[in-house]
Design a protein around this ligand. Structure first.
Ligand SMILES: Cc1cc2nc3c(=O)[nH]c(=O)nc-3n(C[C@H](O)[C@H](O)[C@H](O)COP(=O)(O)OP(=O)(O)OC[C@H]3O[C@@H](n4cnc5c(N)ncnc54)[C@H](O)[C@@H]3O)c2cc1C
Length: 390
């Protein structure tokens, strides 16, 4: 290893995922420099397109109309890769009641958009300056002091000591951190793309089944399927051949569409992870590292973008100072707790086959359909996130 290099930066962001990059670009738009670190490599021969493992990420994200507006402000909206959602159909398997949310009721071009994770990451990475990101780093040590944080990293065979006024954690879903409360949903999301017959007409479906929610998101000419199942059933679904998988999906969905040509499948175990304290000294946690939610109703990245945006606004207005971090934590309380509660309640209320609850769910869906204020609340949460609250 070569000699250690000492650097000073005002703001260091660990994690160049979509949330970390959004924060970096929002700060840069206001004239504030920051440095991103990521453990993943950039693809050989490319400048700053998209990092290697992000290229292979099979996830599609439902992004709210509000998220689009924020990404547009930093020139990172992937127009050609985004499929608009014009209507959302919500129902339960083997039960009555359904509701339909329609963009026409809100005078919007779309309720939201579906974009592959890798396309959002590519659009953001495309806006980064070359020197904005140190890739393939290994974080060796983080030492907090009163007025700064020291971070030791290994990069390209050299040891770097980086001193930063503020350290932002955007490393994504935390593993085994005692500061994070974890609740296991005992569900896995199996995801795949599949072709609907006839076409999807820009309709998203959210269908509640006793095994867990099933979401179909329009993506190009396909549906991106999020098939939520108990772990043992997810094992079985992952092992199926394409014909058996298509039949299992058809059985959960019903006959309103026919499915063909399923693509490769991936799976994600699902947990609710909530970090109790967002700020500690000169460090702050944002995006999935602050809260990781169940993917039902597509709140996670939308919430992460709002974290990044709010933090950038406060730092630009109040200065790069730990007191800004306290204002940030206070300002995010309602949005993160509201989003986590909304998502968690949907999963717990809808993922079972208990007769009276099924009846109540049917009545709830019926009430949503015939009661415009209740329907508007759900619609606005999809369109704007926290601004759904009056
Ligand atoms: C199946 C599924 C479907 C989903 N659907 C939706 C949806 O429809 N809508 C929605 O809004 N959200 C959805 N989400 C949630 C969404 O994917 C996340 O909220 C979002 O990816 C979080 O972004 P992030 O930047 O915080 O973390 P990540 O995307 O995980 O990025 C973290 C980055 O940090 C880097 N990193 C990690 N550790 C280190 C380290 N020690 N040192 C250096 N770098 C490090 C990683 O390499 C990575 O680049 C879904 C999630 C799943 C699992």
């Amino acid at each position: 290893m070569t000699e250690s290099v000492l650097e000073h930066v005002d703001i260091l962001i660990i994690g160049a995922g979509p949330v970390g990059m959004t924060l970096h670009l929002a700060l840069a738009a206001g004239g504030q420099k920051s440095l991103l670190l990521d453990r993943r490599p950039r693809p050989a021969g490319s400048t700053l397109e998209v990092q290697q493992s992000q290229q292979n990420d099979p996830r599609a994200l439902a992004l709210s109309y509000g998220a689009r507006q924020l990404l547009e402000q930093i020139n990172a909206w992937p127009t050609r890769a985004a499929t608009p959602i014009e209507t959302i159909h919500i129902s339960q398997k083997d039960g009555f009641g359904r509701t339909l949310i329609d963009r026409a009721d809100y005078q919007l071009a779309a309720l939201g958009y579906v974009v592959r994770y890798r396309d959002v990451a590519a659009a953001l990475a495309g806006q980064l300056a070359n020197e904005a990101l140190l890739d393939s780093v290994e974080i060796l040590d983080i030492t907090p002091a009163d007025d700064h944080v020291s971070v030791s990293v290994r990069h390209a065979g050299a040891l770097h000591q980086i001193q930063t006024k503020l350290l932002i954690h955007a490393e994504g879903t935390p593993g085994g951190d005692p500061a994070v409360k974890v609740s296991d949903y005992h569900q896995h999301a199996v995801i795949a793309e599949i072709t609907p017959q006839p076409g999807h007409q820009n309709r998203a479906w959210e269908r509640f089944t006793p095994d867990g929610p099933l979401a179909l998101l329009p993506l190009g000419n396909e549906y991106s399927v999020v098939f939520t199942l108990p772990p043992a059933k997810a094992d079985a679904v992952m092992a199926m051949d394409d014909a058996a998988f298509t039949a299992a999906l058809q059985n959960q969905f019903g006959n309103r569409l026919r499915f063909t040509n399923p693509g490769p499948r991936s799976r994600f175990p699902l947990f609710l992870r909530m970090r109790e304290k967002l700020v500690q000294g000169n460090e702050v946690w944002i995006g999935n590292t602050a809260q990781t939610l169940h993917p039902v109703s597509g709140q996670g990245f939308n919430l992460g973008i709002r974290d990044a945006w709010q933090l950038a606004e406060i730092l630009l207005k109040n200065g790069v100072d730990r007191s800004s971090l306290a204002s940030y934590a206070a300002s995010r309380r309602l949005d993160r707790q509201g989003s986590a509660f909304f998502t968690d309640q949907i999963v717990r209320t809808f993922s079972n086959d208990f007769g009276p609850l099924k009846l109540a769910r049917g009545l709830g869906l019926l009430a949503l359909d015939i009661c415009p204020p209740a329907r508007h609340f759900v619609a606005k949460r999809m369109i704007w996130g926290a601004r759904a609250w009056p």
